[in-house]
Ligand binder design. Structure first.
Ligand code: 5CA
Length: 437
């Protein structure tokens, strides 16, 4: 994208409505604009990040054997009456009446709809296990939407739903998703800690929240530092191996991690003092096992090996895709702006032309811009260098390639790493190779 022709409406002043860094920075760097309380329009820079997060989530869900579908945002109330949650959900549910006076709602989650789809399509135990997911907008009429996209009313969620023959199968599906989650968050450059959680309105008796640490997090959390050093991408744990899944789950559940509500002073005291970590946490994912709660209530049954009908065991698995954009910024920013992890950055690099119109500067910038093929943001505006430096820092591109007349004359550019501030002078080819890496 050429910045002179792009749509990245940055703001100089600090927006007064934003209480936390991520909200401020998302508005200032032109990622989103609020359209009404807790509802946001995603602008090009923000949308690119959202899409990158979605892509990583999708790749890891597919690798874990889940199948992608896309369910509608609008659901019939009938399904929720069948499960018994229509009244329970209360005011958080946005209820709509269509022209035929039919009761509809904007989905806050999809357990009912997926169970309905399942009972229409699946008839035999041979089709199990089955895990279906989608990445779709949800609506929850939160009393106090706040912190920008972190607690919105309309938000993007990845929600997966597993169906299994029996309890052992459901536990396997749960662990498979848990491993997929640890891989997903690690790929985004986040250290997410799984913590035993309350199941709330989703129901069930086994649940984990995935929490990342940030000073503005909504809950107080306690965990063993040993969690921070595990590498889930190195290949030590494979989805296909029962032994790996067992070892993975034992590993995770043997270490202490709890939110305030589930905290036990006694168990905490058993964690070596040098390994005790506590702070504020943001929930970026939440998984649930709830057995036959919905399949029974909605009479979703399949034929077993013995020909008898039975209700499959279910779990549901959520990731806050739009919340993650804010959560990553909370975990990774400084006074100058956002510091994107490479994997989800909107652009790999910004190319800063410090002297538009200088033949050598223009030629190098155009050449680099073409080579990046859409993966670089080219600051070709006629503004002062200081403005370009500030905006690049604010937008948080992992690399800045600074092209000034003095270096350009000898074919050199300056490469700056946003996270460390480190700068080196390199040839155009070397700089490209380093960034494209
Ligand atoms: N059906 C289950 C799992 S699929 C479910 O709805 N779980 S949830 O309520 O915990 O939501 C899943 C994730 O969505 C949360 O972990 C959180 O990251 C995100 N989320 C929940 N509410 C909001 C909200 N108001 N704004 C932004 N993200 C949210």
């Amino acid at each position: 994208m050429r910045l002179s022709r792009g749509f990245i409406p940055t703001i100089k002043e600090t927006p007064s409505e934003a209480q936390i860094a991520s909200h401020r920075l998302m508005l200032r760097a032109g990622l989103v604009r609020q359209t009404s309380a807790g509802i946001y329009a995603w602008l090009p820079l923000g949308l690119r990040v959202l899409r990158n997060i979605e892509r990583i989530v999708r790749e890891e869900q597919n690798a874990a054997g889940a199948h992608e579908v896309l369910m509608p945002t609008i659901q019939p109330a009938e399904l929720w009456k069948e499960s018994g949650r229509y009244d329970d959900y209360g005011k958080e549910m946005l209820r709509i009446t269509d022209r035929h006076e039919r009761e509809m709602l904007y989905g806050p989650t999809n357990e009912e709809m997926i169970t309905d789809l399942f009972r229409q399509c699946v008839k035999s135990y041979r089709d199990l296990p089955l895990n279906l997911y989608h990445i779709q907008w949800k609506f929850r009429d939160e009393v106090r939407p706040r912190f920008g996209v972190m607690r919105g009313r309309e938000f993007l969620m990845k929600d997966a739903y597993s169906f299994d023959v029996d309890h052992a199968g459901a536990v396997r599906s749960y662990r498979t998703m848990m491993l997929a989650y640890m891989r997903t968050f690690q790929r985004m450059g986040l250290k997410a800690i799984p913590m035993v959680a309350d199941t709330g309105p989703i129901g069930g008796d086994l649940s984990h929240e995935f929490i990342i640490l940030a000073p503005t997090g909504e809950s107080q959390v306690y965990y063993d530092a040993a969690f921070e050093s595990v590498d889930y991408l190195a290949g030590g744990f494979r989805h296909e191996s029962d032994e790996d899944l067992e070892r993975f789950f034992t590993d995770i559940t043997s270490r202490y991690a709890a939110t305030e509500e589930m905290h036990s002073a006694e168990k905490w005291a058993a964690v070596p003092a040098t390994s005790q970590r506590e702070g504020r946490g943001i929930e970026v994912g939440h998984i649930f096992y709830f057995g036959t709660k919905y399949t029974k209530a909605m009479n979703a049954a399949v034929a077993g090996a013995d020909g008898k009908m039975f209700h499959p065991e279910m779990g549901s698995y959520g990731i806050g895709v739009s919340r993650l954009v804010g959560a990553v910024i909370e975990a990774s920013h400084d006074d100058a702006g956002i510091v994107w992890p490479d994997a989800i950055a909107p652009f790999k690099a910004a190319i800063l032309n410090l002297k538009n119109g200088d033949a050598a500067c223009d030629a190098i910038c155009e050449d680099l811009y073409a080579r990046f093929g859409g993966e670089a943001l080219y600051d070709d505006r006629s503004d002062r260098a200081g403005v370009k430096f500030n905006d690049a820092d604010l937008m948080g591109h992992p690399w800045q390639i600074v092209v000034g007349p003095r270096g350009a004359a000898t074919g050199k550019v300056e490469l700056k790493r946003r996270a460390t501030g480190e700068r080196v002078e390199l040839s155009v080819d070397e700089a490209f190779a380093k960034v494209a890496g």
